[in-house]
Structure formats: structure tokens, C-alpha cells
Design a protein around this ligand. Structure first.
Ligand code: PLP
Ligand code: ZN
Length: 401
């Protein structure tokens, strides 16, 4: 749909979407895309979605009016858990490039192309870089990506093969972000960092539309979301408000749950202290690479959503995440990224504490595929148990024949 305007989430300023913008020029606030949903109400009904393309672009009326750069992202499976009745696993590992980052980058690159931008740059914990590289390749646009040097092998290789300009940094995503900020003007790069342009949220919000559509337009009691920069959580919350405006759902909302790794849990720390912004986490360390975000740009939005939804924030240790990864794989047949498996850890903790009851419908987000983390998971296994992995379930090597 035609964008009405961009709105600053801090000061409420309205800005034109006629040219590419990053954040609010006044206060650096995150910009949200606004459409004339009142005009759409009644014209677009939930039933109209039946039979549409099985990608996030099925919701085209609530996405920018531009020709999509698509690789088939979105409309991922909503799998009923085999272990817990009422629990669903939203399997984002099936997206192009193996993670939910595909949604945000499909939307961001679509608009970059629409605006005629030719050089994009982003810092990344890993998967966002891989997704940007793929969509930039599909759009014929240059991608300049900065990642910590110890990201999973798959992230480095995909950037290389997609033809991106990759810089590995001896540091964290926050250091990578600084490098993009320092160099972008001189190099003529447009910054597509998490929440520093308005369209990655637009792509990620489609997860909220899918949760509603796939659960028969009845929102669950809870959504557990592995939170780094928080774009998915922010996007889904925006989607719920939009769907209410369209008359597709009522005022009910799920409890939104942030799960973070214990080795980097700035949102959990801020939530526990009752703060509305987070502090930079020092010494961030976890094998769940996407959760190594020491300070989220949109922390004020994430903490506000946790509060408004009566949700909470939970930390999971690497040991718990590793055990959950194996458990999910062996019980559900879902080989999840460590970030996704952290959702299971959070669910079990929240059931044990009574926060969720057995009858609650809860959606656990598996945000990526374990196939992108094989080296990292194997290293974590070796650290956790000194006996070789082969001694566990693999019967050894026979041959040569
Ligand atoms: C697999 C995976 N899960 C979760 C996250 C965190 O995502 P967000 O920044 O949207 O909170 C990332 C970010 O890199 C990721 O790659
Ligand atoms: Zn502002």
C-alpha cells in the first residue's frame, strides 16, 4: 500500500517516505511506517488472503507499494509441539538463508531498490549479514557487511558466495556498528542496521500476521521470542495494532516474552530492575551468536512491549540452550538454531514458575536453522562433554571398503 508517512516512535514527528531515511533527524528515534489503514478497513478482509502466495508478500496491502525483491521468505510452518499440548513452534529456520532475517532484508532491500540506492551497509551478528548479502545479490545492489570474526562459518561463507564485501572484526556487533557509522558517509553507503531504517520492521512484522492467520485469527496467550536487537518483537507488536485497526482481531494481546542468553542479557537485566532502557552489557559471551547484542537500539520499545503485554524476560545459559537444542531435535524433529532453542528453555522455566499454565497457547519462535551453526554447536558440545560426539549416537566409522 502507499505509505502515508513515517512516524518517529520517540517524538511522534511525521516524515515523508518519498526519500530514503534512517532515523528521526531530531532525536534519533526509530521510524515506523504508517499507512491509511482506516481506508483499507472493510475492503481487505481476512478471508481475502486465502489462496494467495505462500510468502510474507501475501500481506501486500500492509507492506510498501514497491516491486518485491523476494526469494520466497515467510509463511513458515506453525508446528504443533509433540511434547506440550497448546504449544506451537514457528519454524523460521525454513526461510531463505535459514533464518527469519530474510523477512526484514527482503523488505529493506525492496525499498532500497525502489529508492535507487546502490550501496547498502550493515553490522551483523551473522544471519542478518547473510540475508542482506542474498537479497542484495538478487537486487543487483552492493552489500558491505561487518561481522565479529568468530561468527558461524556459514555466515562468512554465505556472504562470500553472495558476493558481498565482508569485513571480519575482532569485536562485537556494537563495534561493527561503529565502523559502519564512521565510514558510511564517505563511502556513500546507506545504513540498513537493525532499527536504523524503517523497513526491516515491516518485513519482520509479517510474523505477527502469520501467527494470527495460522492460529485461526485467535492470538495465543504467549509468544516467546529470542531477542537480540528485538526487531521481530517490535514488528509483531506493530502487526497486532494494525490488525486491530483493520478489524481483523480485537484488543487482546499475547504476553510477549524476551529470551536472552545468560552471557548477554541486557534486556533481562533492565526488565528485572524495572528500567525503561538497558545498559551496555560488558563481556558478552554466548554461542547463540544472534543474541550477542550488548545494547539494542530499540531497547525502549522492547521494554515497553514487555510491560504493556504483561510479559517478562528470561535468561538461558549456554548449557541449557545446548541441551534444549538436542531435546527439540530428538523430540520434535526440529533442529533449531541455538537462539531458537533458547525459547524452549524459557517456556520450561515459565511453566515451572506458573507464569504459563498447561492450557495456555504459547508460540515459541525458532528463529533459525541449526544447519547454519554446525561448527559452533560441535564446539559447544566438545566444551560441554569431553567425550567425542561420535561416541554418543553415532556408531563409529566403518571401512574403507
Ligand atoms: C537466529 C537468530 N535469532 C534471533 C536473533 C535476534 O534477532 P533480533 O535482532 O530481531 O532480536 C538473531 C539475530 O542475529 C538471529 O540470527
Ligand atoms: Zn523523533
Amino acid at each position: 500500500m502507499r505509505i502515508s508517512f513515517l512516524e518517529c516512535t520517540r517524538c511522534g514527528e511525521h516524515l515523508s517516505a518519498d526519500r530514503a531515511l534512517n532515523v528521526c533527524p531530531k532525536d534519533g528515534g526509530v521510524l515506523f511506517v504508517r499507512y491509511d489503514l482506516a481506508k483499507l478497513k472493510g475492503k481487505l478482509r481476512r478471508e481475502d488472503l486465502a489462496g494467495r502466495v505462500a510468502s510474507m508478500w501475501r500481506y501486500s496491502e500492509v507492506l510498501p507499494d514497491a516491486s518485491p525483491v523476494t526469494l520466497g521468505e515467510g509463511f513458515t510452518p506453525m508446528l504443533p509441539s509433540r511434547e506440550f499440548a497448546g504449544v506451537f513452534i514457528k519454524d523460521e529456520g525454513l526461510n531463505p538463508t535459514g533464518s527469519f532475517k530474510a523477512r526484514g532484508m527482503s523488505a529493506a532491500v525492496t525499498m532500497a531498490k525502489h529508492y535507487g540506492l546502490t550501496k547498502l551497509a550493515a553490522p551483523s551478528a551473522g544471519n542478518a549479514g547473510g540475508a542482506l548479502a542474498a537479497y542484495a545479490a538478487a537486487a543487483g545492489i552492493e552489500a558491505h557487511i561487518f561481522m565479529p570474526k568468530d561468527v558461524p562459518l556459514a555466515n562468512r561463507m554465505e556472504c562470500d558466495y553472495y558476493g558481498a564485501h565482508l569485513t571480519l572484526v575482532d569485536g562485537l556487533i556494537s563495534d561493527c556498528g561503529r565502523m559502519v557509522a564512521e565510514r558510511k558517509d564517505k563511502e556513500g553507503w546507506f545504513d540498513v542496521s537493525t532499527l536504523k531504517e524503517p523497513f526491516r520492521v515491516e518485513g519482520k512484522k509479517t510474523m505477527g500476521y502469520e501467527v494470527a492467520e495460522q492460529l485461526g485469527w485467535k492470538l495465543p496467550q504467549g509468544i516467546i521470542y529470542p531477542t537480540g536487537g528485538g526487531v521481530g518483537m517490535i514488528g509483531m507488536w506493530k502487526a497486532f495494532d494494525e490488525m486491530e485497526e483493520l478489524g481483523w482481531i480485537g484488543a487482546e494481546r499475547p504476553k510477549m516474552i524476551t529470551v536472552q542468553a545468560a552471557g548477554c542479557a541486557p534486556i533481562v537485566k533492565a526488565w528485572d530492575a524495572g528500567k525503561s532502557v538497558s545498559e551496555m552489557w560488558t563481556g558478552a559471551e554466548t554461542f547463540a551468536a544472534g543474541l550477542r547484542v550488548p545494547k539494542a537500539y530499540g531497547d525502549y520499545l522492547i521494554l515497553d512491549i514487555l510491560k504493556k503485554s504483561q510479559g517478562t524476560a528470561v535468561a538461558a545459559t549456554d548449557e541449557e540452550i545446548l541441551a534444549a537444542t538436542r531435546h527439540w531435535a530428538s523430540v520434535e524433529g526440529v533442529f533449531a538454531a541455538p537462539e531458537g532453542a533458547a525459547s524452549l528453555v524459557a517456556y520450561e522455566k515459565l511453566r515451572a514458575s506458573g507464569f504459563f499454565r498447561a492450557e495456555d497457547t504459547v508460540v515459541l519462535f525458532n528463529t533459525g536453522s541449526a544447519y547454519k551453526y554446525l561448527d559452533v554447536i560441535e564446539a559447544a558440545e566438545k566444551k560441554a562433554r569431553p567425550e567425542p560426539v561420535a561416541a554418543r549416537n553415532i556408531g563409529g566409522i566403518i571401512g574403507p571398503y
